[in-house]
Design a protein around this ligand. Structure first.
Ligand code: SF4
Length: 424
């Protein structure tokens, strides 16, 4: 039976004859620490992927100890979510020690899946008979159905496609191979090179991108030479090779229709605000599409993502080879349209007073937009700010300071506030 048939079976008609999806794809979010992980789950992620301190790329940065992973799994399970752990290091001989014990511990903790690039870890996980699924990392650059058959024969439960996979190929692959989970990147930064194949960073800074140490050399500024002569002028804008970020926000429906199983968001190093914004936007988008795909309107989603964007968006390689408009050749283009300024800790319904934690500078008179996993966004003007001694202050300029703000609309713990720009 082709996946096309299965995809249709994922839909049914409700009592009014409306088509609805009964199996939604998983929304898989990144997290670089426990705060980000909990935020991702509270804002709608079905699963979160984290890097452990061992056997993972970005091991220095992501810092999840086994204790952290245990807490992550407990929190996820309480909220009906899953934890995936990246074990995607390319193993050198001296990395072998302790691997078996590590995998058994992750399995015992209740991790749902490991994301793996080295064939030995794949084989060992199967030999050990762990309950965890084994997912083939994007580092393996899987782009075609024959490669996926190979992974399937080795017992892999899921393939994370290379970002270089075009939608037209994805459709063919899904039809040819219906019985393996497909995970596809829908949002995040793009490499200028094939993911997992870049040596620029290694060459220029001796930091290995394929072992988690990328120094983002593609985004440095370069002179351009031809025949040994520099051709860019002193006052030219310097040349760099940075790509715009990928956002497939306008293609989620097509991906759901062909039966992609998991939508992956990239960005373990991104902020809490970024993760909350991106996760909640895709959550609402997926839910809206699955509830009524034939009347779905692609309206506000991209503008919502822009509120936390670091760079302009493109559609990656979804539609094939990108052109120059996808690149940030000459200028860094960092332009979040709003700035994360507060996180709600509590709300006193009788006094209409929000207790908040300051995250960035704001002041009396600023307009702030509240966003929440549970309700639609709304804006309000900051009329007063009180410190913990209940003294009135004009500005909130101490990071993480606890403050109080009169607010007539109800808010809840973990709602976030963004300052609407041009309101200084
Ligand atoms: S240097 Fe650029 S292209 Fe290479 S791995 Fe790093 S971000 Fe990707």
């Amino acid at each position: 039976m082709s996946r096309g048939g299965i995809a249709m079976a994922l839909c049914r008609r409700d009592e009014n004859g409306k088509r609805v999806f009964i199996k939604k794809p998983e929304l898989l979010a990144p997290a670089g620490n426990l705060e980000k992980l909990k935020t991702a789950i509270l804002y709608g992620a079905d699963a979160v992927f984290v890097g452990g301190k061992e056997f993972s790329l970005r091991s220095a940065a992501s810092n999840f100890t086994l204790e952290d992973i245990k807490e992550a799994v407990e929190f996820a399970n309480e909220h009906g979510a899953d934890i995936h752990v990246t074990c995607n290091i390319i193993l050198h001989e001296d990395n072998l020690e302790g691997l078996e014990e590590y995998l058994l511990t992750l399995d015992e903790i209740g991790v749902k899946a490991i994301i793996v690039a080295d064939p030995y870890i794949m084989m060992l996980a199967k030999e050990l008979g762990v309950k965890m699924e084994v997912h083939v990392s994007t580092q393996m650059s899987t782009l075609n159905s024959e490669a996926i058959k190979f992974w399937k024969e080795l017992g892999m439960e899921r393939v994370v496609f290379g970002r270089e996979t075009e939608f037209k190929d994805l459709k063919v692959i899904r039809k040819k191979i219906p019985n393996i989970d497909m995970e596809y990147f829908v949002h995040g930064a793009m490499c200028i090179a094939y993911s997992g194949r870049c040596m620029l960073s290694n060459y220029y800074s001796r930091r290995d991108a394929n072992r988690g140490g990328c120094s983002q050399s593609c985004r440095w500024y370069y002179d351009i030479e031809a025949d040994g002569e520099r051709i860019n002028q002193e006052d030219d804008i310097p040349f760099s090779m940075s790509s715009k970020d990928m956002a497939l926000v306008h293609h989620i429906g097509e991906l759901i229709e062909i039966g992609v199983d998991s939508f992956k968001i990239e960005g373990r190093m991104k902020s809490v605000h970024y993760i909350a914004t991106v996760v909640s936007t895709y959550r609402k988008l997926i839910d809206a599409y699955c509830a009524d795909p034939d009347h779905f309107r692609d309206t506000w989603y991209e503008s919502e993502l822009n509120k936390a964007a670091n760079r302009a968006f493109c559609e990656g390689l979804f539609n094939g080879r990108p052109d120059a408009s996808y690149q940030l050749f000459n200028l860094r283009d960092e332009h979040p349209t709003q700035e994360f300024v507060m996180r709600v800790l509590d709300y006193d319904q009788e006094k209409h007073l929000a207790k908040i934690e300051q995250r960035n500078y704001f002041k009396v008179g600023d307009t702030v937009e509240i966003f929440s996993p549970k309700r639609d966004n709304f804006t309000f003007k900051v009329e007063k700010i009180y410190n913990e001694d209940k003294e009135e202050v004009e500005v909130a300029n101490h990071p993480m300071e606890v403050l109080y703000i009169p607010l007539s609309e109800n808010v809840a713990m973990n709602d976030m506030g963004r300052k609407v720009k041009n309101e200084r």
